[in-house]
Design a protein around this ligand. Sequence first.
Ligand code: MG
Ligand code: MG
Length: 258
Amino acid sequence: MIHLKTEREIDIMKESASIVGRTLAEVAKLIKPGVRCKTLDSVAETFIRDNGAVPSFKNYNGFPSTLCISVNDVVVHGIPGQYELHEGDIVSVDCGAKKNGFHADYAYTFMVGHVSEEIRNLCQRTKQALYLGIEQAVAGNRIGDVSHAIQSYVESYGYSVVRELIGHGVGRNLHEGPDVPNYGVKGSGAKIKKGMVFCIEPMINLGVKNINIDRDGWTTRTADGLPSAHYEHMVAVRDNGTELLSTYQYVEEVLNKQ
Ligand code: MG
Ligand code: MG
């Protein structure tokens, strides 16, 4: 079900999105070798609650944590635990917060210390694919135009696109319509209309596209054990065109100082 939002509702969502962006920045300050994933999670939960919001993921279908922290071969939905980050790891931090009845949901993949060129490229190109998708997220286009832009770019580097997990509409529900796959055919899928708010979130693997889920029911890994990158933004189709509700500004301010 696609719920179109009013301009006012989109403004409310922007406030939730700002909290997520600032939460990711708090996490960014702590990302270095030796930090436990669990520590990042508790810092994020405290920050979200201190800002009058609630973590969107905690208890969502039984998910136990505030953040999804997904290291290296974990594509998404990693549960933050005792693992200590290592030099050379990549770590997707996905965060959701609800305030005034509306969710925000987005993610950034961080590099821990020095990361190999091959894996750095995977991250940079996954982020670039996200922006190419966003360029297509305009009224009158179709979701397939977004999907195709992402898929064709990453596949040109020999990477693969996870099929089982996709982007989604967001609003009063964490996941609503439309479905936003990261693969697809131009001109297919839902027509993009004013009032739509959705998350675009390429999950791009260095090796094969196939994934497995651990026995915890959440942790989603690449089948070949090679790394995967994940970036997510929220776009709103507004009266004056498409606007990014999410922001990496706070995260990048932290990273640029390091
Ligand atoms: Mg999402
Ligand atoms: Mg997310």
